[in-house]
Design a protein around this ligand. Structure first.
Ligand code: ATP
Length: 367
């Protein structure tokens, strides 16, 4: 009998609850048992009452609630083998033989590490006398499935991650609110949005709100004197009759020499060179979303179904799958390929290969 553990890890994202609800209910209806592991990997490492069997009713009302009700955490202990050893112990003690992890690339890398070390971890637990060989026998293979919960939409191989659309909605609402006051006072606003390595939120918000300029990590301004470029564009927009100026900056925005482009710096530029009454607004944690939009609820629900199906299909030889979506179809690809491709984007940026960084963002791109 499959006993499926589910956990949410890394930064929370709207729709994680819908994923948990879907996994629990699909698991039950397919004759499996579902276990919620609280506080991400912390619950796995600590065990005890942080791992609980979930019934159908336990996820009632989950669809409409933002964040993650089963909790999430950054867990340093899980990065160490010792932490993963106690995780293995807790899984076996709870008779859990498969794990669905909803999180970002870090969380999914951690999940994969656990699976790769699994046989070694079992032998160590037996040697230490914490479990017997008979106890370990039914758990020779651990099945791991990944779902991407992230507001940044920063995972490659998938068109969109769970939570990104809701976050984009929140950003657009905020930019719209700022726009009306900017228009009234004829002001300029520099709006900083999340995205340390990924400019998706900034770029999409700029398109959705008709911003005048946007800065993203993957595509720094090409000219050395980009300050003159932005001023020219903004001045042209003003000459055309615009009474407001909106510049969107991803938190990880950089120039072509990899030097951060800070919102305050742009504010000084607009104030001093253009004489614009300029304010900075950092949207901060409001962008984490709150109530998930229908798209995220649906995406998380159907990906949850696929995650359970992937558990049921998995054999000891199949690489851990990652559930994604491409061109409106749910996908199931090797998890580590997607993680490696994602890591390559940061590497390409660090090597100033911005063209490759943009190409790698395309889910269909293969080198
Ligand atoms: P976000 O996109 O929101 O940052 P994330 O999943 O990438 O989400 P991380 O903080 O990188 O967030 O990872 C979450 C947790 O996953 C870590 O606190 C750690 O417990 C585990 N983890 C991350 N990377 C590894 C790794 N290389 N090996 C083992 N565990 C890891």
């Amino acid at each position: 009998k499959m006993r499926i553990g589910v956990l949410t890890s890394g930064g929370d994202s709207p729709g994680m609850n819908a994923a948990v609800r879907s996994i629990v209910r699909v698991a039950i209806s397919r004759g499996c048992e579902a276990y919620a592991i609280f506080e991400g990997y912390k619950g796995l490492v600590n065990g005890g009452d942080m791992i609980k069997k979930f019934e159908w009713g336990d996820v009632r009302g989950y669809l409409a609630i933002g964040g993650t009700l089963i909790g999430t955490a950054r867990c340093a202990a899980f990065r160490e083998r010792k932490g993963r050893l106690s995780s293995a112990y807790n899984l076996i003690k709870n008779k859990i033989n498969s794990l669905i992890v909803c999180g970002g690339d870090g969380s999914l890398t951690g999940a994969n590490a656990l699976r790769e070390e699994w046989p070694g971890l079992l032998s160590e637990l037996i040697e230490e006398g914490r479990i017997t060989a008979e106890e370990a026998e039914p758990y020779k293979h651990l099945i791991i499935v990944g779902l991407v919960g992230s507001i940044d939409n920063d995972m490659s191989s998938t068109d969109i991650t769970i939570g990104a659309t809701t976050s984009l909605h929140r950003i657009c609402e905020a930019v719209d609110s700022i726009s009306s006051t900017a228009l009234s006072h004829s002001r300029a606003f520099v709006i900083e949005v999340m995205g340390r390595h990924c400019g998706w939120l900034a770029l999409m918000a700029a398109v959705s709100c008709g911003a005048d300029f946007v800065f993203i990590p993957e595509r720094p301004p090409t000219r050395d004197d980009w300050e003159s470029d932005i001023c020219e564009v903004l001045e042209r927009h003003r000459r055309l009759g615009k009474r407001k100026t909106i510049v969107i900056v991803a938190e990880g925005a950089i120039d072509k020499n990899l030097k951060p482009i800070k919102s305050e710096y742009i504010k000084e530029l607009l104030t001093n060179r253009m004489g614009l009454d300029t304010r900075v607004t950092t949207l901060g944690h409001t962008q984490r979303g709150g109530r998930p939009c229908t798209f995220d609820r649906n995406l998380a629900t159907i990906q949850g179904v696929e995650a359970v199906e992937a558990v049921l299909r998995s054999t000891p030889d199949t690489p851990s799958p990652l559930i994604g979506v491409r061109q409106n179809k749910i996908t199931c690809d090797p998890l580590m390929l997607a993680v490696e491709k994602t890591n390559k984007i940061a590497e390409a940026i660090a090597q100033k290969n911005f063209r490759l960084a943009m190409d790698l963002r395309d889910p269909e791109f293969t080198e």
